[in-house]
Design a protein around this ligand. Sequence first.
Ligand SMILES: Cc1cc2nc3c(=O)[nH]c(=O)nc-3n(C[C@H](O)[C@H](O)[C@H](O)COP(=O)(O)OP(=O)(O)OC[C@H]3O[C@@H](n4cnc5c(N)ncnc54)[C@H](O)[C@@H]3O)c2cc1C
Length: 322
Amino acid sequence: MAGLEFNLSGLGRGAKKRDYDVIIIGAGAAGLTSAIYTSRARLSTLIIEKGAVGGLAGTTHLIENYPGFDAPIPGPELMDRFKKQAKLMGAEFFTSEVIGVEKGPYIRIKTTDGDFNAKALIIATGTTHKHLNVEGEKEFYGKGVSYCATCDAPLFKDKDVVVVGCGNSGLQEGLFLLKYVKSITFVEFLPYIIAEEILQERIKKYENVSFLLNHEVLSIKGDERLSSVVVRDRKSKDIKEIPSEGVFIYVGLLPQTEVFKGFVNIDKWGYIVVDDFMNSSVEGVYAAGDVRANSVRQVASAVGDGAIAAITAEKYIASMED
Ligand SMILES: Cc1cc2nc3c(=O)[nH]c(=O)nc-3n(C[C@H](O)[C@H](O)[C@H](O)COP(=O)(O)OP(=O)(O)OC[C@H]3O[C@@H](n4cnc5c(N)ncnc54)[C@H](O)[C@@H]3O)c2cc1C
Protein backbone atom coordinates (compact mmCIF):
# COMPACT_ATOMS: atom_id res chain seq x y z
CA MET A 1 0.00 0.00 0.00
CA ALA A 2 1.51 3.27 -1.06
CA GLY A 3 1.66 6.22 1.30
CA LEU A 4 1.60 4.29 4.58
CA GLU A 5 4.58 3.88 6.86
CA PHE A 6 4.92 0.82 9.00
CA ASN A 7 7.04 -0.15 11.90
CA LEU A 8 8.29 -3.60 10.94
CA SER A 9 9.93 -4.38 14.26
CA GLY A 10 8.43 -7.01 16.51
CA LEU A 11 7.28 -9.34 13.74
CA GLY A 12 8.25 -12.96 14.02
CA ARG A 13 5.18 -14.88 15.06
CA GLY A 14 3.95 -15.58 11.58
CA ALA A 15 3.39 -12.22 9.93
CA LYS A 16 5.87 -11.19 7.24
CA LYS A 17 4.75 -7.56 6.95
CA ARG A 18 2.39 -4.96 8.42
CA ASP A 19 0.00 -4.37 5.51
CA TYR A 20 -2.30 -6.90 3.90
CA ASP A 21 -5.20 -7.00 1.49
CA VAL A 22 -7.32 -8.84 4.06
CA ILE A 23 -6.92 -9.25 7.79
CA ILE A 24 -9.07 -11.77 9.62
CA ILE A 25 -9.44 -11.64 13.39
CA GLY A 26 -10.02 -15.11 14.84
CA ALA A 27 -8.82 -18.51 13.60
CA GLY A 28 -11.99 -20.53 14.23
CA ALA A 29 -14.15 -22.21 11.58
CA ALA A 30 -15.35 -18.87 10.16
CA GLY A 31 -11.97 -17.12 10.07
CA LEU A 32 -10.12 -20.10 8.62
CA THR A 33 -12.74 -20.53 5.89
CA SER A 34 -12.47 -16.84 4.96
CA ALA A 35 -8.69 -17.25 4.82
CA ILE A 36 -8.98 -20.24 2.44
CA TYR A 37 -11.13 -18.17 0.09
CA THR A 38 -9.18 -14.88 0.20
CA SER A 39 -5.76 -16.57 -0.09
CA ARG A 40 -6.99 -18.68 -2.98
CA ALA A 41 -8.16 -15.43 -4.63
CA ARG A 42 -4.51 -14.33 -4.38
CA LEU A 43 -5.22 -11.63 -1.81
CA SER A 44 -2.50 -11.30 0.82
CA THR A 45 -4.18 -12.57 3.99
CA LEU A 46 -3.23 -12.46 7.66
CA ILE A 47 -5.17 -14.22 10.42
CA ILE A 48 -4.62 -12.78 13.88
CA GLU A 49 -5.46 -15.22 16.69
CA LYS A 50 -5.01 -14.61 20.40
CA GLY A 51 -5.32 -18.25 21.48
CA ALA A 52 -5.11 -21.64 19.82
CA VAL A 53 -5.92 -21.97 16.13
CA GLY A 54 -9.24 -23.81 15.75
CA GLY A 55 -11.42 -21.72 18.05
CA LEU A 56 -14.30 -23.34 19.94
CA ALA A 57 -14.68 -26.28 17.55
CA GLY A 58 -11.03 -27.10 18.24
CA THR A 59 -11.99 -27.72 21.87
CA THR A 60 -15.01 -29.93 21.09
CA HIS A 61 -14.36 -33.63 21.37
CA LEU A 62 -16.54 -34.92 18.52
CA ILE A 63 -18.47 -33.20 15.75
CA GLU A 64 -21.02 -35.38 14.01
CA ASN A 65 -23.19 -32.86 12.18
CA TYR A 66 -20.57 -31.27 9.94
CA PRO A 67 -21.17 -32.63 6.43
CA GLY A 68 -18.62 -34.71 4.57
CA PHE A 69 -17.66 -37.20 7.28
CA ASP A 70 -19.44 -40.54 7.63
CA ALA A 71 -18.19 -40.92 11.21
CA PRO A 72 -17.98 -38.27 13.94
CA ILE A 73 -14.75 -36.32 13.61
CA PRO A 74 -12.81 -35.00 16.64
CA GLY A 75 -13.08 -31.19 16.70
CA PRO A 76 -9.28 -30.71 16.97
CA GLU A 77 -8.74 -32.90 13.89
CA LEU A 78 -11.37 -31.05 11.85
CA MET A 79 -9.92 -27.67 12.73
CA ASP A 80 -6.38 -28.85 12.04
CA ARG A 81 -7.54 -29.71 8.52
CA PHE A 82 -9.02 -26.20 8.15
CA LYS A 83 -5.71 -24.70 9.32
CA LYS A 84 -3.59 -26.82 6.94
CA GLN A 85 -5.82 -25.88 4.02
CA ALA A 86 -5.59 -22.15 4.84
CA LYS A 87 -1.79 -22.41 5.11
CA LEU A 88 -1.59 -24.36 1.86
CA MET A 89 -3.46 -21.55 0.13
CA GLY A 90 -0.92 -19.05 1.46
CA ALA A 91 -2.59 -17.47 4.51
CA GLU A 92 -0.23 -16.16 7.21
CA PHE A 93 -0.93 -16.52 10.92
CA PHE A 94 0.00 -14.13 13.71
CA THR A 95 -0.43 -14.89 17.41
CA SER A 96 -1.60 -11.76 19.19
CA GLU A 97 -4.69 -10.13 20.66
CA VAL A 98 -6.52 -7.43 18.72
CA ILE A 99 -7.15 -4.54 21.09
CA GLY A 100 -8.57 -1.89 18.76
CA VAL A 101 -9.65 -1.10 15.22
CA GLU A 102 -9.78 2.24 13.35
CA LYS A 103 -10.92 3.25 9.91
CA GLY A 104 -8.57 5.55 7.98
CA PRO A 105 -7.64 5.36 4.34
CA TYR A 106 -7.31 1.66 5.15
CA ILE A 107 -8.37 -0.24 8.25
CA ARG A 108 -5.87 -0.13 11.07
CA ILE A 109 -5.85 -3.15 13.39
CA LYS A 110 -4.12 -2.64 16.71
CA THR A 111 -2.70 -5.65 18.50
CA THR A 112 -0.70 -6.13 21.64
CA ASP A 113 2.26 -6.57 19.28
CA GLY A 114 1.85 -3.50 17.08
CA ASP A 115 -0.45 -2.24 14.38
CA PHE A 116 -1.40 -3.72 11.01
CA ASN A 117 -3.26 -2.27 8.02
CA ALA A 118 -5.73 -3.94 5.69
CA LYS A 119 -7.93 -3.01 2.79
CA ALA A 120 -10.66 -5.28 4.19
CA LEU A 121 -11.25 -6.70 7.65
CA ILE A 122 -13.20 -9.84 8.56
CA ILE A 123 -14.17 -10.12 12.22
CA ALA A 124 -14.57 -13.79 13.19
CA THR A 125 -13.98 -13.57 16.92
CA GLY A 126 -16.75 -15.96 17.97
CA THR A 127 -17.93 -16.30 21.52
CA THR A 128 -16.55 -17.28 24.89
CA HIS A 129 -18.08 -19.32 27.72
CA LYS A 130 -20.39 -17.47 30.09
CA HIS A 131 -19.43 -17.68 33.73
CA LEU A 132 -21.79 -18.50 36.61
CA ASN A 133 -20.38 -15.60 38.63
CA VAL A 134 -20.71 -17.47 41.92
CA GLU A 135 -18.36 -17.61 44.87
CA GLY A 136 -15.44 -19.97 44.27
CA GLU A 137 -15.72 -20.03 40.45
CA LYS A 138 -12.70 -17.79 39.87
CA GLU A 139 -10.76 -19.11 42.85
CA PHE A 140 -10.99 -22.75 41.73
CA TYR A 141 -10.49 -22.15 37.99
CA GLY A 142 -7.82 -24.67 37.00
CA LYS A 143 -8.19 -26.35 40.40
CA GLY A 144 -11.41 -28.14 39.57
CA VAL A 145 -13.43 -25.54 37.64
CA SER A 146 -13.28 -25.98 33.85
CA TYR A 147 -15.09 -24.79 30.74
CA CYS A 148 -13.51 -27.40 28.44
CA ALA A 149 -14.08 -31.14 28.92
CA THR A 150 -12.03 -31.96 25.83
CA CYS A 151 -9.04 -30.19 27.35
CA ASP A 152 -9.38 -31.29 30.98
CA ALA A 153 -11.36 -34.57 31.19
CA PRO A 154 -8.30 -36.85 31.68
CA LEU A 155 -7.46 -34.89 34.87
CA PHE A 156 -10.72 -36.16 36.41
CA LYS A 157 -10.21 -39.90 35.89
CA ASP A 158 -12.40 -41.91 38.33
CA LYS A 159 -13.64 -38.76 40.06
CA ASP A 160 -17.16 -37.50 40.75
CA VAL A 161 -17.89 -34.31 38.82
CA VAL A 162 -20.72 -31.84 38.28
CA VAL A 163 -21.73 -30.49 34.87
CA VAL A 164 -23.70 -27.25 35.00
CA GLY A 165 -26.07 -26.76 32.07
CA CYS A 166 -28.17 -29.31 30.18
CA GLY A 167 -28.08 -27.71 26.74
CA ASN A 168 -26.41 -29.42 23.78
CA SER A 169 -22.95 -28.34 24.93
CA GLY A 170 -23.42 -29.66 28.48
CA LEU A 171 -24.71 -33.07 27.38
CA GLN A 172 -22.27 -33.43 24.50
CA GLU A 173 -19.29 -32.65 26.70
CA GLY A 174 -20.80 -34.81 29.48
CA LEU A 175 -20.75 -37.79 27.10
CA PHE A 176 -17.05 -37.22 26.57
CA LEU A 177 -16.40 -36.86 30.32
CA LEU A 178 -18.07 -40.23 30.91
CA LYS A 179 -15.06 -41.93 29.27
CA TYR A 180 -13.04 -40.83 32.29
CA VAL A 181 -15.06 -39.85 35.34
CA LYS A 182 -16.72 -42.01 38.01
CA SER A 183 -20.02 -40.09 37.97
CA ILE A 184 -21.67 -36.92 36.74
CA THR A 185 -24.36 -34.88 38.47
CA PHE A 186 -25.95 -32.53 35.94
CA VAL A 187 -27.35 -29.30 37.39
CA GLU A 188 -29.85 -27.37 35.26
CA PHE A 189 -31.51 -24.05 36.14
CA LEU A 190 -34.62 -24.82 34.04
CA PRO A 191 -37.15 -27.51 35.10
CA TYR A 192 -36.43 -29.47 31.90
CA ILE A 193 -33.50 -30.52 29.68
CA ILE A 194 -33.15 -28.38 26.57
CA ALA A 195 -30.58 -30.49 24.68
CA GLU A 196 -31.52 -32.34 21.48
CA GLU A 197 -33.44 -35.61 22.03
CA ILE A 198 -30.63 -37.73 20.52
CA LEU A 199 -28.18 -36.48 23.16
CA GLN A 200 -30.71 -37.02 25.97
CA GLU A 201 -31.29 -40.61 24.86
CA ARG A 202 -27.54 -41.30 24.82
CA ILE A 203 -26.77 -39.81 28.19
CA LYS A 204 -29.71 -41.42 29.98
CA LYS A 205 -28.30 -44.86 29.14
CA TYR A 206 -25.54 -44.32 31.70
CA GLU A 207 -26.17 -45.48 35.26
CA ASN A 208 -23.56 -43.16 36.78
CA VAL A 209 -25.42 -40.02 35.69
CA SER A 210 -28.02 -38.07 37.71
CA PHE A 211 -29.93 -34.85 37.07
CA LEU A 212 -30.85 -32.00 39.38
CA LEU A 213 -33.30 -29.98 37.31
CA ASN A 214 -34.69 -26.63 38.45
CA HIS A 215 -31.59 -26.10 40.61
CA GLU A 216 -29.19 -23.18 40.72
CA VAL A 217 -25.55 -23.19 41.74
CA LEU A 218 -24.91 -21.02 44.80
CA SER A 219 -21.20 -21.54 45.34
CA ILE A 220 -18.18 -23.72 44.66
CA LYS A 221 -16.24 -24.81 47.72
CA GLY A 222 -12.91 -26.38 48.54
CA ASP A 223 -9.55 -25.95 50.16
CA GLU A 224 -6.47 -26.35 47.95
CA ARG A 225 -8.73 -27.87 45.28
CA LEU A 226 -12.47 -27.94 44.69
CA SER A 227 -14.37 -30.37 46.91
CA SER A 228 -18.09 -29.56 46.56
CA VAL A 229 -20.75 -27.61 44.70
CA VAL A 230 -23.60 -26.00 46.63
CA VAL A 231 -26.98 -25.90 44.84
CA ARG A 232 -30.50 -24.76 45.70
CA ASP A 233 -33.78 -26.28 44.52
CA ARG A 234 -35.57 -23.29 42.92
CA LYS A 235 -39.01 -24.59 44.00
CA SER A 236 -38.53 -26.03 47.50
CA LYS A 237 -35.53 -23.75 48.29
CA ASP A 238 -33.74 -26.80 49.76
CA ILE A 239 -29.96 -26.44 49.71
CA LYS A 240 -27.69 -29.42 48.87
CA GLU A 241 -23.93 -29.76 48.89
CA ILE A 242 -22.72 -32.13 46.15
CA PRO A 243 -19.31 -33.67 46.90
CA SER A 244 -17.32 -33.22 43.71
CA GLU A 245 -13.74 -32.82 42.54
CA GLY A 246 -14.61 -31.01 39.35
CA VAL A 247 -17.25 -28.76 37.85
CA PHE A 248 -17.66 -28.22 34.12
CA ILE A 249 -19.67 -25.12 33.25
CA TYR A 250 -21.79 -24.86 30.07
CA VAL A 251 -24.31 -22.10 30.72
CA GLY A 252 -24.16 -20.18 27.47
CA LEU A 253 -21.88 -18.05 25.39
CA LEU A 254 -20.89 -14.38 25.19
CA PRO A 255 -19.81 -12.64 21.97
CA GLN A 256 -16.19 -11.46 21.87
CA THR A 257 -16.96 -7.94 20.61
CA GLU A 258 -15.73 -5.64 23.37
CA VAL A 259 -13.01 -4.14 21.14
CA PHE A 260 -15.45 -3.41 18.30
CA LYS A 261 -17.96 -1.42 20.37
CA GLY A 262 -18.32 2.05 18.86
CA PHE A 263 -16.64 0.88 15.63
CA VAL A 264 -19.40 -1.27 14.08
CA ASN A 265 -23.08 -1.64 14.94
CA ILE A 266 -23.67 -4.20 17.65
CA ASP A 267 -27.08 -5.52 18.77
CA LYS A 268 -28.36 -5.45 22.35
CA TRP A 269 -26.86 -8.87 23.06
CA GLY A 270 -23.41 -7.81 21.86
CA TYR A 271 -23.42 -9.49 18.43
CA ILE A 272 -22.26 -7.65 15.27
CA VAL A 273 -25.10 -6.65 12.96
CA VAL A 274 -24.51 -7.69 9.31
CA ASP A 275 -26.55 -7.92 6.11
CA ASP A 276 -26.95 -11.05 3.97
CA PHE A 277 -23.45 -10.49 2.51
CA MET A 278 -21.81 -10.17 5.94
CA ASN A 279 -21.30 -6.40 5.49
CA SER A 280 -21.10 -4.65 8.86
CA SER A 281 -22.06 -0.99 9.28
CA VAL A 282 -18.53 0.03 8.19
CA GLU A 283 -17.49 -0.27 4.53
CA GLY A 284 -14.82 -2.93 4.05
CA VAL A 285 -15.52 -4.54 7.43
CA TYR A 286 -17.34 -7.88 7.63
CA ALA A 287 -18.37 -10.22 10.44
CA ALA A 288 -18.72 -14.00 10.13
CA GLY A 289 -19.59 -16.97 12.31
CA ASP A 290 -20.83 -17.05 15.88
CA VAL A 291 -19.96 -13.37 16.45
CA ARG A 292 -22.53 -12.06 14.00
CA ALA A 293 -26.13 -11.36 14.96
CA ASN A 294 -28.70 -14.10 14.25
CA SER A 295 -26.14 -16.85 13.72
CA VAL A 296 -27.29 -20.40 14.49
CA ARG A 297 -23.81 -20.92 15.96
CA GLN A 298 -22.69 -24.12 14.29
CA VAL A 299 -19.52 -25.05 12.43
CA ALA A 300 -21.48 -25.41 9.18
CA SER A 301 -22.99 -21.93 9.50
CA ALA A 302 -19.62 -20.40 10.48
CA VAL A 303 -18.11 -21.94 7.34
CA GLY A 304 -20.92 -20.52 5.18
CA ASP A 305 -20.53 -17.06 6.71
CA GLY A 306 -16.75 -17.19 6.30
CA ALA A 307 -17.10 -17.95 2.59
CA ILE A 308 -19.68 -15.17 2.07
CA ALA A 309 -17.59 -12.60 3.96
CA ALA A 310 -14.48 -13.51 1.94
CA ILE A 311 -16.24 -13.25 -1.42
CA THR A 312 -17.81 -9.91 -0.42
CA ALA A 313 -14.36 -8.67 0.68
CA GLU A 314 -12.82 -9.80 -2.63
CA LYS A 315 -15.44 -7.82 -4.58
CA TYR A 316 -14.88 -4.76 -2.37
CA ILE A 317 -11.10 -4.84 -2.92
CA ALA A 318 -11.59 -5.31 -6.65
CA SER A 319 -13.89 -2.26 -6.67
CA MET A 320 -11.22 -0.20 -4.86
CA GLU A 321 -8.80 -0.98 -7.62
CA ASP A 322 -11.17 -0.10 -10.49
C1 LIG B 1 -19.17 -27.43 23.90
C2 LIG B 1 -19.51 -27.08 22.49
C3 LIG B 1 -19.86 -28.08 21.59
C4 LIG B 1 -20.16 -27.75 20.25
N1 LIG B 1 -20.51 -28.75 19.39
C5 LIG B 1 -20.79 -28.46 18.10
C6 LIG B 1 -21.14 -29.49 17.17
O1 LIG B 1 -21.18 -30.68 17.52
N2 LIG B 1 -21.39 -29.13 15.89
C7 LIG B 1 -21.34 -27.83 15.45
O2 LIG B 1 -21.56 -27.59 14.27
N3 LIG B 1 -21.03 -26.85 16.31
C8 LIG B 1 -20.76 -27.12 17.61
N4 LIG B 1 -20.45 -26.11 18.49
C9 LIG B 1 -20.43 -24.73 17.99
C10 LIG B 1 -19.15 -24.43 17.19
O3 LIG B 1 -18.04 -24.77 17.98
C11 LIG B 1 -19.13 -22.96 16.79
O4 LIG B 1 -20.30 -22.64 16.08
C12 LIG B 1 -17.92 -22.61 15.91
O5 LIG B 1 -16.73 -23.05 16.52
C13 LIG B 1 -17.88 -21.11 15.69
O6 LIG B 1 -16.76 -20.76 14.93
P1 LIG B 1 -16.29 -19.25 14.82
O7 LIG B 1 -15.14 -19.26 13.87
O8 LIG B 1 -17.43 -18.37 14.50
O9 LIG B 1 -15.82 -18.82 16.26
P2 LIG B 1 -14.75 -19.49 17.35
O10 LIG B 1 -14.60 -20.91 17.04
O11 LIG B 1 -15.27 -19.06 18.63
O12 LIG B 1 -13.40 -18.74 16.97
C14 LIG B 1 -13.17 -17.41 17.29
C15 LIG B 1 -11.67 -17.21 17.49
O13 LIG B 1 -11.41 -15.80 17.63
C16 LIG B 1 -10.37 -15.60 18.57
N5 LIG B 1 -10.46 -14.24 19.09
C17 LIG B 1 -11.49 -13.68 19.78
N6 LIG B 1 -11.23 -12.40 20.10
C18 LIG B 1 -9.98 -12.12 19.60
C19 LIG B 1 -9.14 -10.97 19.61
N7 LIG B 1 -9.54 -9.81 20.18
N8 LIG B 1 -7.92 -11.04 19.03
C20 LIG B 1 -7.49 -12.20 18.41
N9 LIG B 1 -8.26 -13.33 18.38
C21 LIG B 1 -9.49 -13.30 18.96
C22 LIG B 1 -10.68 -16.65 19.63
O14 LIG B 1 -9.54 -16.94 20.42
C23 LIG B 1 -11.15 -17.84 18.79
O15 LIG B 1 -10.09 -18.72 18.47
C24 LIG B 1 -20.13 -26.41 19.82
C25 LIG B 1 -19.78 -25.40 20.73
C26 LIG B 1 -19.49 -25.73 22.06
C27 LIG B 1 -19.13 -24.63 23.03
